[in-house]
Design a protein around this ligand. Structure first.
Ligand code: BTN
Length: 230
């Protein structure tokens, strides 16, 4: 496992994608990113005090059919890693976000390049300035007023991923459903700006999709942005 630490980079995911001769768990950590990327082509605004890192896993270790499961495994690794550092009530928001007190504390971007999964994670750790997203974002320090060692958090999360990948899928699913932020919330599923379903979120299903109760019938969603109706 190689660890590459950079003061500044465009995106740790892009850097790792372009890195030749990768091995499992090679990791890129940056203090700041100039072009941090989120899902669906969004920008991830990267600030000092965040944990910004990416690591890779060779596809032989995760089958192609399991693609949808990788973000869930990464989600559990972040939930567990954060819990090791600070015992708070973190939740998993399908497909890729970690929430604390109804605000986003971490986002995960999983990409596939050749036969590697690149797992990019941003965690709000010591940063406290959320500008115009302060109603939807939080950090560890924002919640506890304490400072944290960012490298420790990163290594703890990666270690937890190594544990999670060894689990049976049923164990992973039950752990993630125990932390399902969306459970029983009224939601809208949005794909490319279009509302493709509205109903009550239920469990994350055996195949990693989200079950949504619509007109007394369970519909499964595999992708989409979730908007919570308040
Ligand atoms: C999201 O919430 O949409 C996913 C955000 C993922 C951000 C992390 S920060 C480290 C890694 N490098 C990137 O460019 N993105 C991920």
């Amino acid at each position: 496992m190689k660890i590459i630490k950079l003061d500044e980079v465009d995106s740790t995911n892009t850097y790792l994608k372009n890195l030749q001769d990768k091995n499992d768990y090679d990791t890129v950590i940056a203090l700041s990113q100039t072009q941090g990327r989120g899902r669906r082509g969004n920008t991830w605004i990267s600030q000092n005090g965040m944990a910004l890192f990416s690591f890779c896993i060779e596809e032989n270790n995760i089958s192609q059919e399991d693609y949808i499961k990788v973000p869930l495994m990464a989600g559990i690794a972040v939930l567990r890693g954060l819990y090791c550092v600070e015992k708070l009530d973190y939740k998993f928001k399908w497909t890729n976000d970690i929430y604390l007190e109804d605000k986003k504390i971490s986002g995960i971007l999983v990409e596939k390049i050749c036969n590697y999964f690149i797992i990019g994670i941003g965690i709000n750790v010591n940063n406290i300035d959320f500008g115009n997203i302060s109603d939807i974002a939080t950090s560890l320090r924002n919640t506890t007023q304490k400072y944290y060692n960012i490298d420790d958090i990163i290594l703890t999360v990666i270690n937890e991923f190594k544990n999670v990948i060894k689990l049976e899928w049923s164990e992973i699913l039950s752990e993630i459903n125990n932390k399902n932020y969306l459970l029983n919330k009224e939601i809208e599923v949005v794909k490319m700006g279009e509302n493709i379903g509205r109903g009550i979120a239920r469990n994350i299903s055996q195949d990693g999709s989200l079950e949504v109760l619509i007109n007394n019938k369970i519909e499964n969603y595999y992708i989409g942005e979730i908007h919570i109706k308040r």
